[in-house]
Ligand binder design. Structure first.
Ligand SMILES: NC(=O)c1ccc[n+]([C@@H]2O[C@H](COP(=O)([O-])OP(=O)(O)OC[C@H]3O[C@@H](n4cnc5c(N)ncnc54)[C@H](OP(=O)(O)O)[C@@H]3O)[C@@H](O)[C@H]2O)c1
Length: 279
């Protein structure tokens, strides 16, 4: 299959290398020369030439502003533009019209992997936008990562991408605070992380599907630990941080939300009810 790639940063290079390895005929373009060396792809001098070369055009650059800038006023007739650049749902929805006005069909994608993972079983790419475009290229795109199509609304891939990153940042925030607490007593952080924290977090993640069901039902009654118990626990936690000389900066926003929910009279509910303070 003929596939073009616009943007040869770390991710674009990984995409190009993997598609070449899967036997596709890959044409590449990058703003700065010299990034195509050793990829086994055909390098061209302009984005317009790369678009001319293939019916599927993948773009993966810094942001959506760069996507629009590099495409300029080039026509995209009979082309599918697959935008794997990280962006927001509103930006992806705007791109549908923008690409259609140039004669093209639009697919958005969110890469849930680092470049080294592209083409390996752990990689995932979320897709949304034109269903016919996804059906046509699903098999070829499977070489890059496990594909998950979310629907015709192009905003869905960035929405889910950002939601997954949000979960990751929350987990990293908890990890950093826990590590700082352990390090405050000069205890080995690596051993704590591997032997205790990761198994604990894995077990706790098992609670999340039940919490998600509560959220969907809007039913927050709990027989585990209610918000009042958690509020006492949080006071204890913050005091311990102060005594250990560690800043609880990443925990404090959670404490504030917890306090607000209890003050609003929901102390008997479970932690899943905190979502009501975020809506
Ligand atoms: N790296 C990751 O782990 C990862 C994971 C998931 C998603 N992503 C997403 O993938 C996209 C690319 O990331 P990356 O890691 O490849 O970044 P990168 O290594 O910093 O490369 C950035 C690319 O964007 C190009 N670019 C920037 N501004 C441009 C403009 N105005 N016009 C044309 N090209 C422009 C650069 O071209 P020059 O070479 O000319 O500067 C380069 O090809 C980002 O949206 C990122 O969020 C990355």
């Amino acid at each position: 299959m003929r596939i073009s790639i616009l943007g040869l940063g770390l991710m674009g290079q990984a995409l190009a290398r993997t598609l070449v390895g899967a036997g596709h005929s890959v044409t590449v373009w990058n703003r700065t020369e010299g990034k195509a060396d050793g990829l086994g792809a055909t390098s061209v001098a302009t984005a317009a030439e790369a678009i001319e070369a293939s019916p599927l055009v993948i773009v993966c650059v810094l942001d959506y502003a760069a996507v629009r800038e590099l495409l300029g006023s080039v026509r995209l007739d009979d082309r599918v533009l697959l935008n794997l650049t990280n962006g927001r749902p509103a930006e992806a929805r705007d791109m549908v019209e923008w690409v259609a006005a140039r004669g093209g069909d639009y697919l958005d994608g969110g890469i849930m992997a680092v470049p080294q993972m592209i083409g390996t079983p752990g990689a995932l790419i979320l897709y949304s936008g034109s269903p016919t475009a996804f059906e046509r290229y699903e098999e070829a795109l499977g070489a890059l990562a496990g594909p998950r199509y979310l629907g015709a609304d192009a905003g869905l891939a960035p929405l889910y991408d950002l939601a997954m990153l949000t979960g990751m940042y929350g987990q990293i925030a908890g990890f950093l605070e826990a590590a700082a607490l352990i390090a405050s007593e000069k205890r080995p952080v690596a051993e704590f992380t591997t032997e205790l924290l990761v198994p604990w977090l894995t077990a706790m993640a098992g609670q999340q599907p039940r919490m998600a069901a509560d959220i969907e039902a809007g039913a927050y009654v709990t027989n585990v630990s209610n918000l009042e118990i958690n509020q006492v626990g949080m006071v204890n936690l913050i005091r311990a941080f102060e005594e250990q000389g560690v800043k609880p900066d990443l925990l404090l926003p959670m404490r504030d939300v917890l306090d607000r929910r209890v003050a609003a009279g929901h102390g008997a509910e479970g932690l899943s009810s905190l979502i009501e303070e975020l809506r």
